[in-house]
Design a protein. Structure first.
Lengths: 105, 711
């Protein structure tokens, strides 16, 4: 039982995969761009979780450094994404991603 | 030998006068103009007399006995470098060369004397006649220029320089016929004279080329020398062609059939011009040229026969027209044509001396007749129609008397000048064996009768009968000033005595005129004799006794003809009143009409040569040629041009179609269209929804994962 209570790497990976799935489903299904961005953050954090879990498993710090980089990168990406969103809203008066279909022939 | 060695001064004097008139004439007084121009001619005349006098002394020296005097100033055309060499007949080369050279021999002496002499008198006469006319200096400038050209023609020592003078007198003739250029008829007549003369000149030029090619020289002395050398047979076809062509030139200048038509129209010029150029001097240039080429002509008997026939026919043709003309100057013009015909008849029968003799006497009496007619016109306030004259005899007695003398001379009444020269011609014609010559004698004889008739008709209509002019004109009738009558009297004296120079042997004379010309024509007489005909000079000595009685008989006959003509005119016209009847019109109206219309020759020429009249629907002649050319231009040349244009346009249409549909359509647009067509299915993959793209990516990712997991 003790081994059952012990939190192994696999648990982290399952949680990471669950978060990743949630993020992917959010990105693919939600129409509000803000929520899509939030879902992307979920995906990124799922990856972070994996990196940190593997870092703990191997006892190194490389994975954690990577996670810090990704968090920084996600912050920058959110800033850019929200900037585009505001510019888009000013033009279209909507944040609905369905109505952003100009990227075609 | 000053005059002889400075003979080139004679033509240059009038040239100098003409130059002064050309540059300064406008600003000069009439008196100055007269002084300069008449002075130049007087000087030229004196120099001519001096030159001839010195020549006769020179040529009687034993070392150049009977030689022509030749002085060459410089080589005018041609070089020593051989650049102008040409191949002559027979293959040798000759250098084309024409000198500025002057030749004086008995033949040119005679022309020189009467041209300067008569020219001088006519210049003096013109000072009176033209006194009230505009363009006085222009008139005298042209006259002097004419004298320069005529003297160049006479004194030239080669054909080229003769041709220069020939063209020069043609130009002056044109300028002076068209002197009253504001009158359409005058400028037309001038153009007609110029153009008809060009036809003759073309023949002359071709003849000249033949001579240059055949003889290798254009110098008269060389040509004569070669012709005498016996190198060429009598009847040589090339010489025949050359002489015929030269004669075409003579026909143009000397108004022979069929080129005589310009001369009657030339009467549009002032009367002194008619006297000087179109009676006494210029029109005899053709006779001069033929006489100058006598050595060639005797080698071409066929040409001689042509000359004789043309001369004879012209004589009677023109005389018959003269019978009925009413314009006093036109009668004289046709008379001139007729007399020129006599001269050519003489040349054609080989009687060169007789022909030249007639030129000489004719110069005096015909100039006198024209000047007299001018005086009549002057007194009649410009009237030229004889129907409106009459009874002038006692009002202008000097003119009447002098003209009467001239009429006696031209009619051939003994012992006036025309009698001797005309009888010499008729006698020589009679002396030649052969039917053609006998026929020509009949023609000449009939012409003599006609001449007497039309001349006395002119005299009676003008000076006798009832006055038929208007009262105003009658009131103004006056004798001409002394400047006009003095030349008349002088010429009248010449018209009496000029013939005595050729007083024939048969009448106890010595025929000094023929003797004077012997150095020029003697050897030709031998050639003629060799041909088997009685040459003019040889005949006299050989068969003198036999012939003298015949000659007397012929003289009597021609005197009778002149008398009959005179009598007929006297009977018909001496009482001519306003409604006088023309005897020919009474006897044979159709004949009269034909004669009055000059045989419709001008009309015929308009139909055939000028094309001013249409023959049915067809236009012939020059204008016809023009029309035909215009038709060919518009229907053939332009059509070809248009066809070429049409073909070009067709090609352009085809290539533009090809470019548009094949090159652009298939080559350029084709791939583009293809690419576009291919793009239709491709673009279906893009519909713009970002989430779809993400889904596809995810699906693909999942697909790959599954593939790797379960593979």
């Amino acid at each position: 039982m003790e081994s059952m209570l012990h939190i192994t790497t696999l648990h982290y990976l399952v949680l990471g995969a669950a978060l990743f799935l949630l993020g992917v489903i959010g990105v693919l299904t939600r129409r509000n761009v803000v929520i899509v961005l939030m879902s992307i953050e979920l995906i990124l954090n799922a990856v972070n979780l994996n990196l940190v879990a593997f870092s703990r498993m191997w006892g190194g710090l490389h994975g954690q450094v990577f996670a810090i980089f990704i968090i920084t990168d996600a912050a920058a990406e959110a800033a850019v994404g929200l900037g585009i969103l505001i510019a888009f809203f000013r033009n279209k008066e909507t944040v609905n991603i369905d109505e952003v279909n100009l990227l075609k022939w | 030998m000053f005059f002889l060695s400075h003979i080139w001064l004679i033509p240059l004097l009038p040239a100098f006068g003409a130059t002064i008139m050309f540059f300064f004439g406008r600003r000069l007084q009439k008196a100055t103009v007269s002084a300069v121009c008449v002075g130049m001619i007087v000087l030229a005349f004196l120099m001519a007399c001096g030159a001839v006098w010195q020549y006769s002394a020179w040529s009687s020296m034993p070392e150049h006995y009977h030689q022509p005097y030749q002085t060459i100033l410089y080589t005018w055309l041609g070089t020593d470098t051989g650049q102008m060499n040409y191949a002559t007949y027979g293959g040798s080369t000759a250098a084309f060369q024409a000198d500025a050279g002057f030749l004086l021999d008995p033949l040119s002496s005679i022309w020189l004397l009467f041209v300067t002499g008569v020219g001088m008198l006519i210049h003096i006469y013109s000072t009176g006649y033209m006194a009230h006319e505009g363009g006085y200096y222009r008139f005298f400038g042209y006259l002097n220029l004419f004298m320069f050209s005529m003297l160049t023609l006479i004194l030239a020592n080669n054909y080229v320089m003769l041709f220069v003078g020939w063209e020069g007198v043609g130009l002056c003739s044109y300028l002076l016929i068209g002197f009253y250029f504001h009158r359409k008829s005058a400028s037309d007549a001038a153009a007609k004279a110029f153009i008809v003369n060009r036809i003759g000149d073309a023949g002359f030029l071709l003849g000249m080329f033949f001579v240059a090619w055949y003889f290798g020289s254009l110098r008269f002395t060389d040509v004569t020398h070669i012709a005498h050398s016996g190198r060429f047979a009598i009847g040589d076809p090339i010489i025949t062609a050359a002489t015929l062509l030269l004669f075409v030139g003579a026909c143009g200048k000397s108004a022979q059939l069929p080129l005589y038509v310009w001369l009657p129209d030339a009467m549009e010029g002032p009367t002194p011009v008619s006297a000087l150029i179109h009676a006494a001097t210029m029109v005899t240039a053709g006779v001069y040229m033929v006489a100058r080429s006598n050595a060639l002509f005797v080698l071409a008997p066929k040409s001689m026969l042509v000359v004789a026939i043309v001369g004879g026919l012209t004589a009677i043709f023109a005389a018959s027209i003269g019978l009925v003309q009413n314009d006093i100057k036109r009668v004289l013009a046709y008379s001139t044509v007729s007399q020129l015909g006599y001269m050519f008849l003489a040349l054609g029968v080989g009687a060169f001396a007789a022909g030249v003799f007639h030129v000489f006497t004719h110069a005096f009496f015909k100039a006198l007749l024209f000047l007299g007619a001018g005086s009549v016109i002057h007194s009649m306030s410009g009237e030229q129609d004889m129907r409106n004259m009459g009874d002038l005899g006692h009002r202008i007695p000097t003119t009447h008397a002098t003209m009467f003398i001239a009429t006696l001379a031209i009619a051939g009444i003994f012992p006036f000048a025309g009698f001797f020269s005309k009888d010499a011609i008729l006698w020589e014609t009679w002396s030649r064996e052969g039917g053609a010559y006998r026929f020509l004698w009949y023609i000449g004889y009939a012409t003599a009768l006609m001449t007497a008739f039309y001349m006395f008709r002119l005299m009676y209509l003008t000076f006798h009968g009832r006055p038929r002019m208007s009262h105003e004109v009658e009131h103004h009738i006056h004798e001409s000033p002394i400047s006009m009558t003095a030349p008349l009297v002088t010429l009248a004296l010449c018209a009496i005595v000029a013939g005595w120079l050729g007083w024939p042997n048969s009448l106890g004379g010595s025929d000094r005129f023929t003797k004077f010309l012997e150095p020029v024509f003697a050897s030709e007489a031998q050639v003629l004799e060799y041909e088997g005909h009685a040459g003019q000079l040889a005949a006299g000595e050989k068969e003198e006794e036999h012939n003298t009685s015949t000659e007397w008989l012929l003289m009597g006959l021609s005197l009778a003809a002149a008398g009959v003509g005179w009598g007929m005119a006297w009977r018909s016209y001496r009482h001519a009143d306003k409604d006088y009847a023309e005897p020919i019109a009474v006897a044979a109206p159709p004949v009269y009409n034909v004669l009055l219309h000059k045989y419709y020759v001008d009309e015929g020429y308009d139909y055939v040569f000028t094309g001013r009249r249409k023959l049915g629907d067809v236009r012939l002649g020059v204008l016809g040629l023009g029309e035909a050319s215009a038709w060919i231009d518009s229907h053939v040349i332009d059509a070809a041009v248009n066809d070429v244009g049409w073909i070009t346009r067709l090609t352009a249409t085809i290539s533009s179609w090809w470019d548009k549909w094949i090159i652009d359509g298939i080559g350029v647009n084709g791939p583009a269209i293809l690419a576009r067509m291919l793009s239709y299915p491709a673009r279906l993959f893009e519909w713009g929804l970002v989430q779809w793209y993400a889904l596809v990516m995810t699906a693909g990712l999942v697909g790959f994962l599954l593939y790797y997991v379960y593979h």
